[in-house]
Structure formats: structure tokens, C-alpha cells
Ligand binder design. Structure first.
Ligand code: ADP
Ligand code: DP6
Length: 357
């Protein structure tokens, strides 16, 4: 039993990064317990983040304000999951206090830049700090909340969020049973300087949420083939990261993204995230690489926006070539990062005005 030491009205703030998956989590073996169909592996980002503050309040009703607007706990709303998650955290911690939560993302929400990952990672950390009064990893571990457990709790809110509890390169192993799942930082961010240029074709919310599309994967004739090849894909990606081989990594991440989208497009019902601009951009990247030596590789999450991955020492030249060929397109420059932070204080006290990237 964890006694809740934090007094009411003391604010705690988490800043959690988004992550970009190199081997995608796509499909769930059991959605109720968030058991994925396959292992996934991601790189934690730096600038695309969620900043979430939490404080205990009197009464029994949680409040959730997202970017200035109070959101409802209504079952049918997309914010319902947030309220459900707070209930889950209280149950884990065996506490009852209501929470007042405010949150903002530094990047566009629900369009394939993994706001659900940073969002539920930040929510898990800020709420846990507010309910326990602790912000330090080792003290949280003493209270029965080691980082690994926080990652599993975050995963229950949104699968990809479990990976955002760590920095660098993170492997989420599906395990042979739901209880043998593991989320592990396989290399810290200092291991390899990689950049992610997020090419933003649309900041609008996607039509099919990732959660709905995960269900549809089982109807795709390509899904069994994807699952059969995941272990060897994971081995190749891990080896490329260990040896810092960008060509080998790039080849794998492009295949994995296309494979995931082939499953999405042929699922029942089908989900098509690739728009016309997205497809033109993918063709441009491959053309520029083969004829112009562009040292960058694409990946795409569940949205129309493309993540262009390159080594950080090539990033300025890659950004210049993108700007010349795609002058109208917004590009968010991001890179590998060390993971989330958690502290006592409001977002304003800790970070000043939070600006969009
Ligand atoms: P994305 O590609 O951005 O991850 P998803 O549809 O998978 O898109 O997830 C978007 C959902 O994530 C939102 O509808 C909301 O439920 C959740 N989310 C996004 N930002 C936050 C946040 N800051 N705090 C809590 N939940 C968030
Ligand atoms: C394409 O983690 O958003 O970004 O667990 O239902 O919330 P839920 O799904 P979510 O799915 C992420 C899918 C992906 C690939 C990835 O991040 O691995």
C-alpha cells in the first residue's frame, strides 16, 4: 500500500517526449490488457513533447484541461481514455484523491506524430507524482513504482506510451504471455546521434484512430506474413543500431513502415493514412537517394506525415534539400533524446511559456 504523502494543490509536472517507431507496434493480441501482436522498437524524440501538470484536489471529480479547454469524461469522447487512465493509476497506487490535470503538446495532435505516446507517458508520470508526492526515479521505485512499472502503466493508456518512459532506443517485447512483456532501453541516446525531420502534410486529426486500426489488422491477408517476419526484422534493426549502420537501419525502417501500411490498407475495415503528398514525398526520397545520394530514410506512423531519419551530422544538408524541393511544407526538426523529466512545480515555473515546435 502506498500512502499518498502529497498535499492537495501541490503541482507536479512531467515533460515526456514522443517517439518514432522503427519497427511498428501494429495489432493487439488482447486489447483489454494491451498485449501487442508483435515486438516493436522506437527512438525517443526530444522536441515533440507533452507537458502535463497534475495536482490533488478535493472531491471525487477529475478535471482534464487540454490546451486551455476542459475536456469531458463522456464515454464516447476521445478524452474518455484519460479519465479511465487516472482511475487505473489510483487503483494501482491504492489511493482515492481526485486530480486536476492540465496538458499541452508542443506539436500537432492525432496525426501520426505519436501524441498518444507522449500524452499518456506524461499523464502517467505527472499523476503518479501528484498522488505519491515523489518525483525522483529511485524514490518512486522504493514506493513500488520503478520505471519499468511506470512504463507498463503508461502502455495501458496507449501502447506506444510505454516506450516514451525511456530515452534513446527502446524495445517493447511482446513476450510469450501478456505478463512476460518487457519494455527496455537497449541503448541510451548518447549511443548514436540520429535526427528525425517530421514532414507535416496535415496537422488535422486522422479519420481512423490507431486504436481502431489495430483491431482491423487481423482482417488483412498480409498480417500473418508480417508477424512471421517480425523477429528477423527486429534482429536486423537491433544489429544496425548496435553497429550504427544507417544504411542497414534505413532499409529496415522503410520496409517496416510500408509493411504496416499495407496491413492497414487491407485490414477490415481498411485504413488509409497515406495521402497523395505523402506518396509523392516517399517517391522523392527514394529517387534522391538513388540518384543524388540523399542520406535519409523514411518511416510513417498512423497519419499522413513522414518522418525522415538521418544521422545528425547529415541533418543540415538533408533539411536544405527538403526545403529546396518542398518549399511549402512545414518541417519539425527533431532528434533522439534522453526521455522524460518529472519535477515539482507548474509548467510555467519549470519551462516558462511552452511554445510549439
Ligand atoms: P497520434 O498519431 O498523435 O498518436 P492517436 O489517434 O494515436 O494519434 O492518439 C491521439 C489521442 O491521444 C488523442 O485523441 C488523445 O486521446 C490522446 N492524447 C493526445 N495528446 C494527449 C495529451 N497531451 N494528454 C493526454 N492524452 C493525449
Ligand atoms: C503506428 O500506441 O497509438 O504509432 O495502444 O491503441 O493507443 P493504442 O495505439 P498506439 O499505436 C501506435 C501505432 C504506431 C506504431 C508505433 O508507435 O509503434
Amino acid at each position: 500500500m502506498i500512502d499518498s504523502m502529497a498535499p492537495e494543490n501541490m503541482t507536479f509536472t512531467a515533460s515526456a517526449p514522443s517517439n518514432i517507431a522503427f519497427v511498428k507496434y501494429w495489432g493487439k493480441r488482447d486489447a483489454a490488457i494491451q498485449w501487442p501482436a508483435n515486438d516493436s522498437l522506437s527512438m525517443t524524440l526530444t522536441r515533440c513533447r507533452t507537458i502535463t501538470s497534475a495536482k490533488k484536489i478535493p472531491g471525487s471529480r477529475d478535471i482534464f484541461r487540454f490546451e486551455g479547454q476542459e475536456l469531458t469524461s463522456d464515454r464516447k469522447s476521445s478524452s474518455h481514455k484519460v479519465f479511465e487512465h487516472l482511475g487505473r493509476l489510483r487503483e494501482e497506487l491504492r489511493v482515492t484523491s481526485a486530480l486536476d490535470i492540465t496538458s499541452q503538446n508542443t506539436f500537432p495532435t492525432a496525426c501520426g506524430i505519436a501524441s498518444s505516446a507522449s500524452g499518456f507517458a506524461a499523464l502517467t508520470l505527472a499523476a503518479t507524482a501528484a498522488l505519491t508526492g515523489e518525483t525522483e526515479w529511485d524514490k518512486l521505485a522504493v514506493l513500488g513504482m520503478p520505471r519499468q512499472r511506470l512504463a507498463h502503466l503508461a502502455r495501458m493508456g496507449s501502447g506506444s506510451a510505454g516506450r516514451s518512459i525511456f530515452g534513446g532506443f527502446v524495445h517493447w517485447a511482446a513476450g510469450d504471455t501478456a505478463n512476460s512483456q518487457e519494455i527496455v532501453e537497449i541503448c541510451p541516446s548518447s549511443h548514436w546521434g540520429l535526427s528525425d525531420l517530421v514532414i507535416v502534410f496535415s496537422g488535422h486529426s486522422k479519420h481512423t484512430s490507431s486504436s481502431d486500426a489495430h483491431k482491423a489488422a487481423w482482417g488483412s491477408p498480409f498480417f500473418p506474413a508480417r508477424l512471421a517476419g517480425i523477429h528477423s526484422r527486429m534482429e536486423r534493426v537491433r544489429a544496425a543500431i548496435k553497429s550504427r549502420n544507417i544504411e542497414a537501419l534505413g532499409e529496415q525502417i522503410e520496409s517496416d513502415a510500408l509493411e504496416m501500411h499495407a496491413v492497414a490498407m487491407t485490414g477490415t475495415p481498411a485504413a488509409n493514412y497515406i495521402q497523395e503528398d505523402t506518396a509523392r514525398f516517399l517517391a522523392w526520397v527514394r529517387q534522391e537517394r538513388s540518384t543524388g545520394g540523399l542520406p535519409a530514410w523514411f518511416t510513417i506512423d498512423a497519419g499522413p506525415n513522414v518522418h525522415l531519419i538521418c544521422e545528425t551530422n547529415a541533418y543540415a544538408s538533408v533539411a536544405k534539400r527538403v526545403a529546396e524541393a518542398w518549399p511549402q511544407v512545414r518541417v519539425i526538426m527533431d532528434q533522439i533524446g534522453p526521455g522524460p523529466t518529472l519535477a515539482r512545480g507548474t509548467a510555467k515555473e519549470l519551462f516558462g511559456e511552452v511554445t510549439n515546435v
